[in-house]
Design a protein. Structure first.
Length: 147
């Protein structure tokens, strides 16, 4: 059995670009940067950055287009795929991660919870208060828990 698996965690280098396929599905592409810090033999720290191209399809593409933006952190898990085409410079190649799993990273304090193009954060907060569960004020006794 062979294995083609890529796992990266980094920050988006550009806003996701969502396009429609001729079949009616959606495709989303974006870039993600990862870094590695190591010490040189002389003891100085060196940082190395890698840039990866990521492609998602279907519902995952739609979600990435809504919730991700440049600078967001994300964990990507998928497979590597290399495409080739004839261009101005002859045969050209591009290696991409075809994402099967995308986990959105933590949001910064000022970003709020609403996706791009959705309702504003104050409106979302008031809607969340209306739908909140009304818990009883009494404390839970640990002796009452059955396990």
């Amino acid at each position: 059995m062979y294995l083609n698996k890529a796992m990266v965690f980094g920050n988006l280098t550009r806003d996701p670009e969502v396009r429609a396929l001729p079949s009616g599905g959606q495709v989303c592409s974006f870039g993600i940067a990862t870094n590695r810090v190591y010490k040189k033999p002389d003891g100085t720290k060196q940082e190395e950055v890698e840039f990866h191209n990521v492609v998602t399809f279907g519902k995952l593409a739609e979600l990435c287009g809504l919730y991700l933006k440049k600078g967001s952190s994300a964990y990507i898990e998928g497979r590597l795929k290399t495409r080739s085409w004839e261009g101005e410079k002859g045969k050209q190649y591009k290696t991409e991660i075809i994402a099967e799993v995308v986990q959105f990273g933590p949001r910064a304090a000022g970003q709020g919870a609403a996706p791009r193009g959705a309702e504003s954060a104050p409106a979302a907060a008031s809607a969340a208060k209306e739908d909140a569960i009304d818990y009883p004020a009494e404390d839970i006794n640990p002796d009452d828990i059955p396990f």
